[in-house]
Design a binder for this molecule. Sequence first.
Ligand code: SAH
Length: 259
Amino acid sequence: MRPETGRVLLTGAGPGAVDLMTVRAMRAVQGAQALLYDALVPEEILALAPAACLRIQTGKRAGRASMKQETINRLMLRLARRGLAVVRLKGGDPSVFGRSGEERAFLEAHGVEVEVIPGVTAASAAAAQFGFPLTHRGEARRVAFATARVQDGSVVEGGWSALADPQTTVAPYMARDAAGPAAARLMAEGRSGATPALAIQNAGRPQARLVPTTLAGLGEATAQAAFDGPVLLVVGEAAAQARGYGAAAPARRSASARS
Ligand code: SAH
């Protein structure tokens, strides 16, 4: 085996508020000599890095194209081999739709040591901010972090039948533009159209916005909201506990009043 050369910290920045970073993540950024960051990471977190730190944006923002994964991998490798303290900073938790598996595999295959620093994922931030649980005794015995790929207007990829259980809270990531097809698919798998559903933009940040609806209304409500930031969807009985849910989703309230 080759001796290890260099080290990369795959670091979760959390949902975007500095005080929702872990102390470990904050220290990593404060000690970074090279910082490769995704578009979801806000300015106030980047500002924690030392002035001399090399800052490289890897994700889309303000019209700039995002870097190819291969380019990011090579860049991390080069910087780590120079002996720099490399921090790969991602929104939320790097292990949730953060490509941490691919980046770790690549770096380790090239003899670079990798440490993952966890972060608060969007679903946890949304649940905390709007006062609903992701699991709830008797209502939600599991939670699924999911995503939806849409082709020709419907969701592709199997596995959705695993989400049919009414006691599963489903949290689709990267699904703002797939809300309609994802909801249709969940209903086709047997989830009731009256199931409480939420679309949450900018969870964990002061400017967060919650759109409460039902599974049947999720596609339209999400489209009408004209979101322009990161959006998380949440579907499941526990979502009805979100602050202001009942008042804003009257269809659901009368549906549950009848049962
Ligand atoms: N690793 C991240 C997820 C990256 S995938 C995490 O753990 O949160 C990017 C998707 O995450 C976005 O499309 C959106 O669905 C979700 N997301 C990330 N940050 C968010 C936030 N602050 N509010 C709402 N959704 C967010």
